[in-house]
Write a protein that binds this ligand. Structure first.
Ligand code: AHR
Length: 868
């Protein structure tokens, strides 16, 4: 298999030694041929639209075979994105239109158009009022410039509508069966009998289709470059020599915010993770609907149980603590002795001598008021801390106490034992270490937060990712639900299949940013939810109804007021001040949208928000979105929209193989500096099996040298995702893994840290002279030199992803003057190593800075300005 991959890559390189060219020199090509468009039922109809061509309609050549030129974007992840019975036709202007059926039940069809069958425009999913839409057929009436769509329902009724633009159409009417004329044919291809349409097209159309397919194959072959092939790939390679010349006269300013962090509540990153609360389901709001699968235990009682006899534990909803928090625990105690027990998130960890704030809202419902004994009990039933709390007889009241642990315990639980008979209500049962990051109340787990601070991030993006735009419009993350008293915040289902308390809310995010000196970068939904949302609300992802958009836009404007408004003169500034922060948080950036499909629904809503922000808050940099990939329809249309609206920055996302990062270092070199700036908001190198190791880390380090080189157009980057709790992980790889007791930064973390701690704001271009001329060799060596104007230090980053050492000399061109002292930090090991850590030594700079880069290494040399 290894050899096969290598061979196919070599084959491609031999075919296309100097870049890719699809057009072969063939002199007797036909002027026109037959083109067959079809789809198969494979993988639940998700493989998209395929093509085959023929000179004579007898012998067919399928392209790919079965290469998907356009795939359906409708519906949930994976198998639900189906393209059934696509029907392709060309209008009189030469534009191709494809309609297809989405699934067996949908009262909607899909439409997409293309000039050349290679690049497809955004898809739309018009809803129809009658029948589910099966086997659609499209015809064009050029005189009227109208398309007529007929389809069949599963009741075998025939319907018809006409439309000029696939946005609005005449009412759907039932038609006789003979109005439905489907010209699809069955063609026997090598892969079997397929149904589709036959068109007569110019050969150039087919040539372009073949070219697009071959280009994709070529790029994919490059992307498969992996270090495990290096023994073959670089079999005879001798150590390489590189001379680097710094061209300081060509210095250019670059962003000083290149390295930031992406925080999303995925993998238990918030509750049970960064948010230091020790009690799981403290609000009794876990619900079956939090999870997609059938998990009967995921309900209001999750993580709670009763230990002992003569007491009944149930969930009540009558007269709750707050309408946003409708469930609470009802304990009916016949005779005292039993306790309500919480097992925490995989147990509760306490440390000897440390203090824990316990708070509980209590209410005596029947019987006389009494007390509750609160105890932290270890797994051997030993009490490690205890206190008593009152039960309020006059409605809900917060009771508080401090518990001091007398011993360490890793798997403890909290027990609440009523000391008198009667019925009591309990809610918002919270146990919080006093030792949080910077000692903040309702704060963050100190070790995890410190690890984030140690990255020296220049910004923090929050609250996601997909969590920001949510699973359906009712699951959009609304900032306003996450501020104010904890009991009044609105918890909700987390799209990753668990529960969000909103205890870590916008106030806490802003506070954390301030605490670590990073810019806050909230990302809000563009009025549309995640593109993989459960279907509903107008087809595909749906969108907030336009009649509600004014309120939604206002909510976004209010966020700016909440962050920056005067504490005395503005409504939201006052709310912030009441929460303990009278001074503004100095919000400068807002992201609108998260890798959304660029649909009409999206564009309409994004434009409303963007225009309002531009008018009311021109001081805020709005960051738009350009889809989930470095290419494709959403990428192109997202960029077109951003350019049209003059959006200052856009958010790009791509998770790719190390080979992709190695072979795409020039990605930003040709970006137009006059258009929007780039925030590379989500990226990571993904290997099969998704490990983090030195190979992924070095691929990222290599690529980041190119980002620094393009730091005049790329303003910010953040690796994603950030955090993952062991045994609660929905996504790999992540930057940091953790459990209740340990934090486990990955190798990729150290690359981010080396960049975060060694960033600059001026880029000093370099010229490389490499002793080996093979592109594959040169692609594995990268250098970036920056200057940090605050310290006047010069930083040289050198990446060697080769299996041999690289001897470098860096001609500093006088930059060494006054910067003779420095440090050299090296991260090196074998590519599969997951545990390598950087080591640092002091060095003295010379004018040629000789340096040996070990095989598979990342070296950072920091030359300190002596006047510091
Ligand atoms: O980073 C994990 C997920 O990847 C994010 O939530 C989403 O934006 C992307 O698809």
């Amino acid at each position: 298999m290894k050899t096969q991959v290598l061979l196919s890559a070599i084959l491609f390189l031999l075919i296309c030694p100097k870049g890719f060219s699809s057009t072969k020199e063939v002199t007797n090509q036909p002027d026109s041929v037959y083109l067959f468009s079809y789809a198969t039922t494979k993988d639940h109809n998700t493989r998209g639209l395929h093509f085959a061509w023929s000179i004579d309609q007898k012998y067919w050549h399928s392209i790919g075979p079965e290469y998907g030129y356009v795939k359906s974007d409708f519906g949930r992840w994976g198998v639900q994105k189906r393209m059934i019975d696509p029907y392709l036709m060309q209008d009189s202007d030469g534009l191709w239109h494809c309609v297809w059926s989405l699934n067996e039940n949908e009262k909607a069809f899909a439409h997409a158009s293309s000039q050349d069958l290679v690049d497809w425009k955004r898809q739309s999913y018009p809803m129809v009022e009658q029948g589910n839409c099966l086997r659609p057929v499209l015809k064009y009436n050029p005189a009227q410039k109208l398309f007529e769509l007929t389809y069949v329902s599963s009741q075998n009724k025939y319907y018809c509508l006409s439309t000029a633009n696939f946005k609005s159409y005449t009412p759907v009417k039932e038609v006789p069966s003979d109005s439905y004329v489907n010209s699809s044919k069955q063609i026997t291809l090598a892969e079997g009998i397929c149904t589709g349409q036959v068109h007569r097209v110019a050969w150039t159309v087919v040539d372009k289709l073949i070219g697009a397919y071959e280009r994709k194959q070529y790029n994919e072959a490059l992307g498969q470059e992996r270090t495990e092939q290096d023994a073959d790939r670089f079999a005879d390679l001798k150590p390489v020599e590189v001379t680097v010349t710094v061209e300081k006269e060509k210095a250019k300013p670059i962003s000083d915010k290149l390295i930031g962090i992406f925080f999303e509540d995925i993998n238990y990153a918030a509750d049970g993770g960064l948010y230091a609360e020790l009690i799981q389901n403290r609000d009794f709001e876990y619900a079956l609907s939090d999870k997609e699968g059938n998990d009967p235990d995921w309900n209001s009682t999750h993580s709670w149980r009763v230990k002992g006899e003569n007491s009944l534990f149930s969930i009540a909803t009558e007269n709750p603590l707050h309408p946003n928090n409708p469930h609470y625990a009802l304990l009916e105690v016949k005779s005292p002795g039993a306790s309500l027990v919480n097992s925490g998130f995989d147990g509760i960890v306490v440390k000897k001598g440390e203090k824990y704030d316990l708070s509980v809202f209590t209410k005596q419902i029947a019987g006389k008021g009494g007390k509750v004994l609160a105890r932290i009990v270890d797994k051997n039933n030993q009490v490690v801390a205890q206190a008593t709390l009152n039960v309020s007889t006059a409605g809900w009241k917060k009771q508080q106490s401090v518990l001091t642990a007398t011993a360490d315990a890793a798997n403890a639980s909290l027990e609440l034992q009523p000391l008198t008979p009667g019925s009591i209500g309990l809610d918002m049962i919270s146990l919080f270490p006093q030792k949080t990051f910077k000692g903040r109340k309702n704060g963050l787990r100190a070790d995890l937060a410190q690890l984030l601070a140690d990255l020296n991030p220049r910004f923090v993006r929050f609250p996601g990712g997909c969590v920001a735009h949510g699973d359906g419009i009712h699951n959009i993350y609304r900032w306003v639900n996450t501020v104010g008293p904890l009991e009044a915040r609105k918890p909700q289902r987390n799209l990753w299949g668990y529960h969000q308390t909103a205890g870590l809310g916008y106030f806490e995010y802003f506070q954390f940013c301030e605490d670590i000196g990073a810019e806050p970068l909230p990302v809000l939904a563009a009025g549309v939810p995640c593109q993989n949302s459960a279907v509903g609300g107008g087809g595909q992802q749906g969108g907030i109804p336009l009649c509600e958009m004014d309120n939604y836009v206002k909510e976004i404007l209010d966020l700016v007021e909440y962050a920056n408004g005067d504490a005395k003169k503005t409504k939201w500034g006052k709310v912030r001040a009441e929460a303990g922060h009278p001074l503004p948080f100095n919000l400068k950036y807002i992201g609108i949208g998260n890798e959304d499909l660029i649909t009409d629904l999206f564009e309409e809503r994004f434009t409303l928000i963007y225009n309002a922000m531009k008018e009311k808050h021109p001081e805020i940099t709005v960051i738009g979105t350009v889809g989930p990939s470095f290419e494709g329809t959403d990428y192109k249309e997202g960029w077109e929209l951003a350019t049209r609206l003059n959006v200052p920055m856009v958010d790009e996302h791509y998770y790719q193989s190390p080979g992709w990062f190695i072979n795409n270092q020039k990605y930003y070199d040709s970006y137009d500096r006059a258009k929007s700036k780039v925030y590379l908001g989500e990226y990571a190198a993904h290997l099969p099996g998704r490990p983090n190791n030195l190979e992924t880390a070095l691929a990222e380090a290599l690529y980041l040298t190119a980002i620094e080189r393009n730091g005049d157009v790329v303003s910010m980057t953040s690796y994603a995702p950030l955090l993952a709790k062991e045994n609660h992980t929905q996504w790999n790889p992540n930057l940091i893994y953790f459990n209740n007791e340990e934090v486990k930064p990955t190798v990729d973390y150290f690359v981010q840290q080396l960049y975060g701690r060694n960033s600059g704001d001026e880029y000093l271009p370099v010229r490389l002279a490499v002793s080996n001329q093979r592109n594959e060799v040169k692609n594995r060596i990268a250098v970036s030199v920056v200057r940090d104007s605050k310290t006047n230090d010069v930083i040289v980053k050198l990446v060697n992803m080769l299996p041999v050492s690289v001897r470098t000399e860096v001609n500093l061109n006088g930059l060494e003057t006054g910067r003779l002292n420095g440090t050299k930090t090296v991260l090196t090991g074998s590519p599969a190593d997951k545990q390598v850590r950087p080591t640092t030594e002091s060095i003295q700079a010379t004018s040629n800075l000789p340096c040996n880069l070990p095989a598979y290494s990342f070296t950072v040399i920091r030359l300190t300005h002596s006047a510091k």
